[in-house]
Ligand binder design. Structure first.
Ligand SMILES: [Fe+2]
Length: 112
């Protein structure tokens, strides 16, 4: 999205802060500048808890893509975001299928 952009164009965009700190480098952060860290990922070592965490992450990603889709009128960006949004829906469904299998396994073994 920034390929070929001048510094003046970047300054007029919402990317001025990113450019000031990171130039044109990739540096994952959220919309208000919070850097991505591994602390965003939770793992309990319990398949039921961890699968619910995974499913929540997929739904949050879907919601974020929907917010971004509403914020753009660029057809190429919108198409890409809609594709990515659909992938999150599929990921959520796959995690849900695994969760059902975990419950079936636990029930079959009298887990508790
Ligand atoms: Fe995903």
């Amino acid at each position: 999205m920034t390929e070929g952009a001048s510094v003046e164009e970047i300054e007029r965009s919402r990317l001025a802060g990113h450019y000031a700190c990171h130039g044109m480098a990739l540096f994952p952060h959220d919309a208000v500048g919070n850097a991505w860290t591994a602390a965003y990922i939770q793992a309990k070592g319990d398949p039921v808890a961890d699968l619910h965490e995974d499913m929540a992450a997929e739904q949050k990603a879907r919601a974020t893509y929907e917010h971004l889709i509403r914020m753009t009128d660029d057809p190429g960006v919108k198409d890409t975001l809609q594709f990515l949004r659909q992938r999150e829906v599929v990921h959520f469904q796959r995690f849900g299928e695994v969760l059902r299998k975990v419950f079936e396994y636990q029930d079959s073994k009298q887990f508790y």
